[in-house]
Design a protein around this ligand. Structure first.
Ligand code: ATP
Ligand code: MG
Length: 264
């Protein structure tokens, strides 16, 4: 009997995720029965109108908010079966987050910001300022910033660099613990077209060259068009997952057609 071919490696597997928040008198289901599977090296986007539950879904997938029902298996581990402290440690190790407002700490240099999750993971984050004696952290910051073409920015503070540079520093920070999964919530929402494109190309390269798995939440069709697959979310549920394939940048027309089919 011949052996079955190996299944494509799933980095993240979510099954039946639901989450409600109390609103006015009744709880309102913000995410309802969402299942999805992300493969290694995949660039996945989630689109949908404001308030449809995209950020909540991203928080559920990344171990930040526990679902009412359902399961998230990340790198083979059932996230919400872990006690909270262990889940935080696991999340720090395996997930990198990128946010719309960059969220770099002012007052710390770019290198100090980049290396912070790594130092937290090792329980050696203090003092936050100055990497003088922490040679390992210095080398780590240097390596990830060089890989992303950010040499020269190490000693600059967030307030001394542009928004596009800040977001690329935030990508470096998300990568510093070498996570399998990057979760990005509107990563280009505060950038102009060119700065946004350079962040997206950076993310795309991380998928293609380093086989990272990236999930991007976005309102923007041009951003979603970088993805291999795009989930369309409406009222807390995934209505459709559109396969765009693995070309570098896709034509937006097929995606626009599917969005319009769903009334978006
Ligand atoms: N912590 C919370 N407590 C109560 N309600 C919440 C909470 N977080 C989100 N919500 C509600 O859940 C719904 C979905 O929010 P979510 O932030 O996931 O939407 P979104 O799709 O990311 O929207 P946007 O595109 O505007 O960022 C909204 O109605 C929001 O008000
Ligand atoms: Mg949001």
């Amino acid at each position: 009997m011949s052996e079955a071919p190996p299944a494509p490696e799933a980095v993240l597997e979510a099954r039946g995720l639901s989450k409600s928040y109390p609103q006015a008198r009744h709880p309102r289901e913000v995410v309802g029965d969402v299942s999805l599977s992300l493969r290694r090296g995949e660039f996945f986007a989630v689109m949908g109108p404001s308030g449809c539950g995209k950020s909540t879904l991203l928080h559920l997938l990344g171990g930040l908010v526990a679902p009412d029902r359902g399961q998230v298996v990340l790198a083979g581990t059932d996230l919400y079966a872990l006690p909270e402290a262990q889940r935080s440690a696991f999340r720090r190790r395996h997930v990198g987050f990128i946010f719309q407002f960059f969220n770099l700490l002012p007052g710390l240099t770019a290198a100090e910001n980049v290396v912070l999750p790594y130092r937290l993971e090792r329980g050696r984050a203090w003092p936050l300022r100055g990497l003088g004696r922490d040679r390992d952290a210095r080398a780590r910051a240097e390596r990830v910033m060089t890989t992303l073409g950010l040499t020269g920015l190490q000693g600059r503070r967030p307030e001394e660099i542009s928004g596009g540079e800040q977001q690329r520093v935030a990508v470096a920070r998300a990568l510093v613990t070498d996570p399998a999964l990057l979760l990005a919530d509107e990563p280009t929402g505060n950038l102009d077209y060119h700065a946004g494109r350079s962040v997206l190309e950076l993310l795309l390269n991380l998928c293609r060259r380093e086989q990272r798995t990236i999930l991007v939440v976005t309102h923007d069709v041009r951003t979603a068009a970088y993805a291999d697959r795009v989930a369309i979310m409406v009222d807390g549920g995934l209505r459709e997952v559109v396969e765009l394939g693995r070309r570098t940048v896709h034509d937006t027309a097929p995606l626009l057609e599917r969005l319009s089919f769903h009334g978006l």
